[in-house]
Design a binder for this molecule. Structure first.
Ligand code: ACO
Length: 405
C-alpha cells in the first residue's frame, strides 16, 4: 500500500498492483482454484468428477444455478437451450458482410456484439427474466454462431441445429455435415468434445472474465459484455494459446520434429529469443493444471478411437512435457502444462481447423462469463469497476503557442 498523499498530493490510499498479481476484485461463490495443489472446483465439485460424471449442459446448469440439476431440471434446461439454438435469419446476412478469410474470433466478436441489436427484447439488466433469457440465448446460440462462421469461411451452406442431438453432437454436426452427406457423430469424439467444453467452462477471475465483469459493471447489456470477453480471450497469452500451441508444435514438426526438441527448448530458455513454450505456465497454477491431465487422457482416447495412436504432434507434446518437467528453468519457475497444451491436438484430430480453437474456447467459456456477470449484478452493493493509476507524466504546464513548440 502506497501513501499516495505523500507521493502525489492526492487524497486517497490505494494499492499499486500491475497485472492484479495479488488483488481480489470481487467475492465469488462459483469457481475455486488452489494453484499450489493444482485443484479446480466448480461450485465445490472437483473438475475430475464433473468431467467424467456430467455432461456440459449439466455443468452449465450448475455454474448458473449453484446446484446440479435433477432429472426434470436437466430435461427442462435442455429444452430451453434447444428452443433457442436458432439465430435470427438476418444474422446470416450480417455474417455475409465479413471477408471469408477473416479470423473466426474477429467474426465472433462482431456477431456476439450484434446480438444486442437482434435480441434487444432481453437487454434490460434490471429485469431478472431478461437476464435469464439472455443467458439461455447466449449459451444456445454460441455453437450456431461458431459453426456458421466456420461454414462461411469454407463457402459451404449453414447447417441448422437438429434437436434430439446432444449440445456437443449438435455442434459437431453443424460443423461437419454437408448438403451431400450428413454427419454421424462418433461417441468417443462427442464425449471428448463435451469434456473440452466442461474443462473450459469457468476459471474464476481470468482476464476475459474480469473483462466481462468490468464491462458489465457499467450496466451495459449482456451481449455487449460477453462480446468484450470474446475480444479479450482472443489474445495469445489467454484463449489464443491453444492456437499458438498447435502452430508451435506444427512448426517444430516441420523443422526436424522430436530430434529438434532440445534445440527448441534452448530457445525457450533464452530470454532474448522471445520464444515461449505455449500451453505452459499459468498465473495461478504453480503445479500441474488438473485440466491438462484430463485433456491428456482425452487426447489418448480420441487418438486411439480414430486410429491415430502414432500422431507425431502428440508424441512431440509428450516429449516437450517430459523435458520441461525435468528442466531446472521450468522447475524453478513452477511452469507446468496448462489446459491448452493438449486441447489443440484433440481438436485437430476431430477435424477442427486451428483457427477455430479460440472460438470454441469462447463457446465453452460463455457460461462462465454469464454466471460471473449474473453474480455481480445480483450483489446489491456492486459498483462500477474503476481502477486507479499512478500518474507518472508531466507536472502541470501551460500550452505554448504554435510558433513556440
Ligand atoms: N515458456 C517459457 N517461459 C515462461 C513461460 C513459458 N510458457 N511462462 C512463463 N515463463 C517464465 C517467464 O519468462 C518468467 O521468467 P522470469 O521470472 O525469469 O522473468 C516466469 O516464467 C514468470 O512468467 P510471467 O510471464 O511473469 O508469468 P505470468 O503469470 O504473468 O504469465 C502466462 C502467465 C501468461 C500464462 C505465461 O505463463 C505464458 O505466457 N504462457 C504461455 C501462453 C499460454 O499457454 N497461455 C495460456 C494460459 S491458460 C489460459 O488462458 C487458458
Amino acid at each position: 500500500v502506497l501513501d499516495i498523499r505523500k507521493l502525489y498530493g492526492q487524497s486517497d490510499m490505494f494499492t499499486f498492483d500491475p497485472g492484479f498479481m495479488s488483488t481480489a476484485a470481487c467475492e465469488s461463490a462459483i469457481t475455486y482454484i488452489d494453484g499450489d495443489k493444482g485443484e479446480l472446483l466448480y461450485r465445490g465439485y472437483p473438475i475430475e468428477q464433473l468431467a467424467v460424471n456430467c455432461d456440459y449442459l449439466e455443468v452449465c446448469y450448475l455454474l448458473l444455478n449453484g446446484e446440479l440439476p435433477n432429472a426434470q431440471q436437466k430435461a427442462e434446461f435442455e429444452y430451453s437451450i434447444n428452443h433457442h439454438n436458432l439465430v435470427h435469419e438476418q444474422m446470416h446476412f450480417f455474417l455475409r458482410g465479413f471477408r471469408r478469410d477473416a479470423h473466426p474470433m474477429a467474426i465472433l466478436t462482431g456477431l456476439v456484439g450484434a446480438m444486442s441489436a437482434f435480441y434487444h427484447d432481453s437487454t434490460d439488466i434490471s429485469n431478472p427474466h431478461h437476464r435469464e433469457i439472455s443467458a439461455i440465448r447466449l449459451i444456445a446460440k454460441m455453437p450456431t454462431l461458431v459453426a456458421m462462421a466456420y461454414k462461411y469461411s469454407c463457402g459451404e451452406p449453414y447447417v441448422y441445429p437438429r434437436n434430439g442431438l446432444s449440445y456437443s453432437g449438435n455442434f459437431l454436426r453443424q460443423m461437419f455435415a454437408t448438403p451431400c452427406e450428413d454427419y454421424q457423430v462418433n461417441e468417443v469424439v462427442e464425449r471428448a468434445f463435451d469434456r473440452i467444453l466442461t474443462l473450459h467452462a469457468d476459471h474464476e477471475q481470468n482476464a476475459s472474465t474480469s473483462t466481462v465483469r468490468l464491462c458489465g459493471s457499467s450496466g451495459t447489456n449482456p451481449f455487449a459484455a460477453i462480446a468484450a470477453g470474446v475480444a479479450c480471450l482472443w489474445g495469445p497469452a489467454h484463449g489464443g494459446a491453444n492456437e499458438a500451441c498447435l502452430n508451435m508444435l506444427e512448426n517444430i514438426q516441420a523443422n526436424g520434429g522430436i530430434a529438434k526438441v532440445g534445440e527448441f527448448m534452448e530457445k525457450v530458455k533464452d530470454k532474448n529469443s522471445g520464444v515461449r513454450l505455449m500451453g505452459f505456465g499459468h498465473r495461478v497454477y504453480k503445479n500441474y493444471d488438473p485440466r491438462a491431465k484430463l485433456m491428456q487422457e482425452t487426447c489418448k482416447e480420441v487418438l486411439t478411437a480414430l486410429g491415430l495412436e502414432n500422431d507425431p504432434l502428440f508424441k512431440l507434446a509428450m516429449e516437450l512435457e517430459r523435458i520441461a518437467l525435468e528442466d531446472q528453468y521450468f522447475v524453478d519457475r513452477k511452469l507446468y502444462p496448462n489446459v491448452d497444451f493438449y486441447s489443440g491436438i484433440v481438436q485437430r484430430a476431430i477435424g477442427i481447423p486451428t483457427q477455430l480453437f479460440t472460438a470454441i474456447f469462447a463457446l465453452a467459456r460463455t457460461v462462465g462469463w454469464i454466471a460471473q456477470w449474473n453474480e455481480m449484478l445480483s450483489d446489491a452493493n456492486y459498483k462500477i469497476g474503476r481502477p486507479r493509476q499512478l500518474y507518472v507524466g508531466s507536472a502541470r504546464r501551460d500550452v505554448p503557442s504554435l510558433d513556440k513548440r
